[in-house]
Design a protein around this ligand. Structure first.
Ligand code: GH3
Ligand code: MG
Ligand code: MG
Ligand code: MG
Length: 334
């Protein structure tokens, strides 16, 4: 056996090697060789112990004897192959006295990557471990790339469903959520209220203070409404200066009370309105409708009813909450 010293200047991927060998002398010889080549090494006295150790701390490379008590090398190889389909790859090398073709083929069919016959040659072991290192390194790089791509595609998924100005979910997310919600109402009969919120006299605000100042108002109002809602309520930018809150398990009366609290929070922001607006500070009007198992018109009709209620809130003087059915034909103010 010639002993070669690993090149300390080459950056090397750390490789964890696990030896499974029941024969004392073979085990010690292999361990000494592996350590001399600069690898981290763990040692098991049979296949079952190796399997348990591998489960506790995954090895990058397994060097396994063939014949061992409790679980032989073939059994160990099969277990590792059938368990590791979604994790990092384990490079499996047989180190065995069986030098015939039939054993070699059995080993490779069981999922082995390489096959070394005893007595092993240190130079040969070294180059075979270099092969293992290349495979493991490539696999690690592939995993890192895959994770990065996955993070990116998760990020793209979120970005496509988020309004960039206010950071609240957008219409695409709403459309997807509404499909789910419709099936929930059909199946479980749970009621939902829709609260359509519209900033009052926002055109006047923009005309007076400019579009950028208007954007800032949109951000602040969105943040205030969102943080004033109950946990479990959902909130979307519906379009322009309109937002939609979906309130699960709330009757119209409960939703009206809750949304009036939200409306007051917006008023309390005290964002000074344009002089030509009818109100002194920035406010919202809210229209509420309910969807339950008795609703006949479906989602579209539900949202249309919220819009009608919103129109009513505007007609009644803005900065207020109106519930569907509140039909009081007062003249539109402001
Ligand atoms: P009302 O009280 O009846 O709702 O009156 P309003 O002026 O709020 O309603 P109108 O529909 O006449 O005007 C809505 C305004 O909202 C006009 C539009 O420029 C503004 N707006 C819509 N989206 C944005 C946005 O992203 N940024 C800014 N700054 N303004 C927006
Ligand atoms: Mg043995
Ligand atoms: Mg509007
Ligand atoms: Mg408006």
């Amino acid at each position: 056996m010639t002993q070669s010293i690993p090149n300390a200047t080459t950056p090397r991927e750390e490789l964890k090697v696990l030896i499974a060998e029941d024969d004392h002398n073979s085990r010690e010889g292999l361990e000494t060789a592996i350590r001399s080549l600069g690898y981290v090494c763990a040692v098991a006295h049979d296949g079952l112990q190796a399997w348990e150790m591998h489960q506790a701390e995954r090895a990058d490379v397994v060097l396994a004897d063939w014949k061992m008590p409790r679980l032989d090398g073939i059994g160990l190889c099969r277990r590792i192959r059938s368990s590791g389909s979604d994790g990092p790859y384990t490079h499996f090398i047989f180190v065995t006295g069986n030098s015939d073709k039939a054993h070699f083929l059995d080993a490779m069919h069981a999922g082995a990557d390489d096959y070394i016959t005893k007595p092993f040659d240190l130079d040969e072991l070294e180059v075979r471990l270099e092969v293992a290192r290349r495979v493991v390194t490539m696999q690690r790089r592939g995993d890192a790339k895959h994770s990065a791509l996955r993070r990116k595609s998760d990020g793209n998924f979120r970005a496509a469903r988020t309004d960039p100005l206010t950071a609240v979910p957008n219409r695409l997310e709403l459309t997807e959520d509404l499909e789910l919600l419709a099936s929930h109402v059909d199946r479980y009969g749970h009621p939902y209220s829709a609260a359509l919120c519209d900033i009052d006299s926002f055109k006047a605000y923009n005309d007076h203070f400019g579009h950028l100042a208007g954007d800032e108002v949109l951000r602040q109002v969105a943040h205030t409404v969102r943080t004033s809602l109950r946990q479990g309520d959902r909130f979307y930018r519906y379009g322009g200066e309109e937002f939609l809150a979906i309130l699960p398990e709330q009757s119209l009366a409960e939703a009206a009370l809750g949304m009036d609290r939200v409306r007051r929070q917006v008023e309390k922001l005290g964002l000074v309105q344009a002089p030509q607006a009818s109100l002194r500070v920035v406010t919202v009007s809210v229209g509420i409708s309910e969807l339950n198992k008795d609703s006949t018109g479906g989602i579209e009709d539900w949202l249309r009813r919220a819009d009608t209620a919103l129109y009513m809130a505007k007609s009644l003087g803005r900065n207020r909450v109106a519930v569907e059915g509140d039909v009081r034909p007062l003249p539109r103010v402001g």
